[in-house]
Design a protein around this ligand. Sequence first.
Ligand SMILES: [Ca+2]
Ligand SMILES: [Ca+2]
Length: 348
Amino acid sequence: MIDGIEDENITTAEHAKIFESVSQGTAIYIEPLYIEQELKGEVTTKMQFINRGANPLIIRASFELNEVFKPVLDSFVVSLLPHSTQSLPFTITAQKPITLDEYPPILKMQWETEYTSEKTAKDYTFKGTKQITVASRHNCPRTPVEITVDGNLEEWQTLPITIEQDWRATQKRINPQIEPKTYGGAEDCKVSFAAVYDEQYLYLGIAVVDNKVYVDPERIVHQQDAVEVRLDARPEPIRSLSHGEGQGTWILAILVNPQESLETEIKNPYILPAGTKLVCLKNSTGYAAEIAIPVSYLNKMHGKEWEAFRLNVAVDEFDDEGNGLQLQWWPDWRREYSIPGSGTFIRK
Ligand SMILES: [Ca+2]
Ligand SMILES: [Ca+2]
């Protein structure tokens, strides 16, 4: 960018983008605390502050008291020069060991931005909340065996990730107003899944134990038993920060009901990358989905050879045409309590 020239010709769309970054808090990026097994003692996350505009930006931050996380500072102020970025390590003490067995604790950061718009020359102050929390980072290994996309998971050596809780039960910690629906536990519905790759495909194997498989071709896909997969293969930081915008374009979305047989038609509301293979088949314990996404799609979204992706898996559980519930791995990316970076897989 050439200073002075660029600013005179700045477009309305660019103004809107700058304004949004200070009003919506996207000028602030906080990396989640990634853990594999357990996290305790002093842990450090990375914060990044971006001023996209032609005037200085002031960001003030303070933290809500928390019995688990104790930040090294109760509050801080960052002053950013025009068109500048600052990165800061930020240390937090975890006052008790944290695992991913239960829903991870959250440290809430209140932020305030002060900015003078170059368009209107007015001063603006905005406020909002960001979350610092714990997210998992999983390995996506190369498959040691050949995967056949036929709805039979016998060749899968392990399905290490399990979901067995209604999403409302996990999110009640953030929003006490949320009431979980009646979920019958693992006997009623339980999901296990894995992600592996080879030269051609990223494979997802998803096993659903369901004591009553309910499908009705007349109903919309998620108003019956269904698997929902969302995959973001873009590079950082957009992958971790995204709130699920662009489902079916930026984000690959697969919503599929169990089929009676391989001949039964599959309905997926979103366009899938060319060459995607998808089967979701009933079996004696419920149903199983097997998905192969071409590596060429991951490379294209990544802008180079793929290194990582972000995944969320959910299952819609219905026993009949009445109310169903949803088992969800991580909070829905589209909601305010989405955890940045949750469900990140690293290619191994
Ligand atoms: Ca198979
Ligand atoms: Ca069911």
